[in-house]
Design a protein around this ligand. Structure first.
Ligand code: SF4
Length: 480
């Protein structure tokens, strides 16, 4: 049944008054300056509002006109706008911007879509936002929140933001074209969040069809113990993911313990706030080789004991396994070797797997064990999009899958499959061919638990909406 869009948006207009105002709207209201709106909009792409606000403030303190911006070189701009997402690209756009504005538009920000699209770093989303916020021209800025929420409501059925924009232009009453972005950005950041939306406290819950949504789960406190949120994520470079909104993702996931793989850094190479993450105890185990492999754990609770490695320099020099002991369980974060395209590391990987298993089994004699991480293998055909094409490829070879069979037969439990038998549940996508958009992926990231801990698996999830790496995080809610 189609939602009553006027009712929904009217309710939201009242609701989001208490929410934070999106940063670009704020700059538009405060300055009424098209140049500042344009620059802030360019900076805001794939960046947290707080980061955009601070970067805009630093930049406008030095250059708040086209002429002043023209005096700054790329290196200075990079410094001023860091750490907005893709800051190097954005600095490059901002260096080029004054020249184009001066040459083609007498130093003014143009007021049509076609003209705005000729500016460096400006796509349809940015152009629509500038038109709406700087010039009050009816335009629908469709960002990820507008696209996502309109599809959740079933008001449109579209595959990407551009299709959503076109569909909304056909059916959304014009008086909502400008405000719909601010409304849904604020609502999408506050209540209808990409990960675990707060349907439990949403004023639209009674009428919302919740298409494709997994509502947020309220942690159940058991009389036997509390439920811990254990998250595993191959970040493919901790410094890189930090620049792509890692701290915001962390706030959304709210893990009790977060195991990371492929951090690709020594602790001292990390920004200070990652070396000692606020609210968490920080543990690192880096590879000897710089920029390669490495694992880390952030834990709200201090570990009783930390074990680095599994006792074999071949693997430990690559910083692959970090174990934290808590009162009632061991948490192991693990980056399993990749057997490589030519399978030259298949034997190395098998040796690692066998040793890791025996290490975990020894710990399981004492208490519960959770072995999470990037296993670098899809276990069954259901765990990848194209099994037949990949039978001879790294990550799906019979040898790698056979070890997973052995591991499982020895009593280790794939907690995700214990709760979720559905197909197309992937945690890794190639960067090529828009594989993630098309969900052509693999499930490579797991939380395995020892056989005695099956009853402690409360819930599992794959957080496909969390971006920043070619892997997404996976979650285990685990009874302590
Ligand atoms: S009920 Fe849930 S899915 Fe629907 S709008 Fe509210 S938070 Fe979003």
């Amino acid at each position: 049944m189609a939602v009553n869009i006027v009712k929904f948006l009217t309710l939201l207009e009242k609701e989001v008054k208490t929410y934070k105002v999106p940063v670009v709207d704020l700059i538009a209201v405060q300055t009424k300056d098209p140049f500042k709106v344009l620059v802030a909009t360019i900076l805001s792409a794939r960046t947290k509002d707080e980061v955009t606000a601070k970067a805009s403030e630093r930049l406008f303190a030095e250059a708040d006109t086209v002429q002043e911006l023209a005096k700054l070189d790329e290196a200075r701009l990079q410094k001023l706008v860091f750490p907005v997402g893709f800051y190097k690209n954005k600095a490059r756009y901002l260096v080029a911007l004054p020249g184009v504005l001066t040459r083609d538009f007498s130093g003014n920000v143009p007021q049509s879509m076609d003209e705005l699209l000729t500016l460096p770093g400006v796509g349809r989303k940015t152009a629509n936002l500038v038109l709406a916020q700087a010039f009050s021209v009816p335009a629908i800025c469709v960002d990820t929140h507008v696209h996502r929420i309109m599809n959740i409501w079933g008001y449109v059925e579209t595959k990407n933001p551009q299709q959503t924009e076109m569909a909304l232009r056909e059916k959304l009453p014009e008086k909502y074209w400008i405000p719909v972005n601010s409304l849904l950005v604020a609502f999408g950041q506050g209540t209808c969040r990409p990960v675990s939306p707060h349907c439990d406290r949403c004023l639209l819950a009674a009428d919302c069809p919740q298409k494709g949504v997994v509502p947020r789960k309220i942690k159940k406190i058991s009389t036997k113990g509390k439920v811990l949120r254990l998250v595993s994520w191959n970040v493919n470079g901790l410094r890189a993911v930090y620049k792509k909104g890692f701290l915001q993702s962390l706030a959304e996931m709210a893990p009790d313990v977060l195991g990371l793989q492929e951090i690709k850094a020594m602790p001292e190479q990390l920004p200070e706030e990652l070396q000692e993450l606020k609210g968490y105890h920080s543990y690192f185990y880096s590879a000897l080789r710089k920029g390669y492999s490495g694992v880390a754990v952030y834990s709200k609770q201090k570990a009783r004991r930390v074990i680095r490695g599994i006792g074999d320099a071949r693997f430990d020099d690559e910083g692959r396994v970090l174990t934290l002991e808590f009162e009632k369980y061991f948490f192991i974060t693990c980056y399993f070797p990749n057997s490589k395209g030519d399978l030259s590391r298949l034997g190395f990987k098998h040796d690692f797997n066998v040793l890791l298993q025996s290490f975990a089994e020894n710990l399981a004699k004492e208490k519960s064990v959770v072995v999470c991480g990037d296993y670098n293998v899809a276990h069954k055909e259901i765990d990848l999009a194209n099994p037949r094409q990949n039978v001879k490829n790294a990550g799906f070879t019979p040898e790698e899958r056979a070890w997973m069979d052995d591991f499982t037969e020895d009593g280790w439990i794939d907690s995700f499959r214990q709760k979720n038998k559905a197909a197309e549940q992937y945690s890794w996508w190639s960067y090529r061919s828009r594989a993630r958009d098309r969900n052509i992926g693999w499930r490579l990231d797991y939380h395995y638990v020892d056989r005695k801990s099956a009853e402690k698996v409360v819930d599992v999830d794959i957080l496909q909406d969390i971006h920043g790496s070619d892997h997404c995080p996976v979650v285990l809610d685990f009874l302590e």
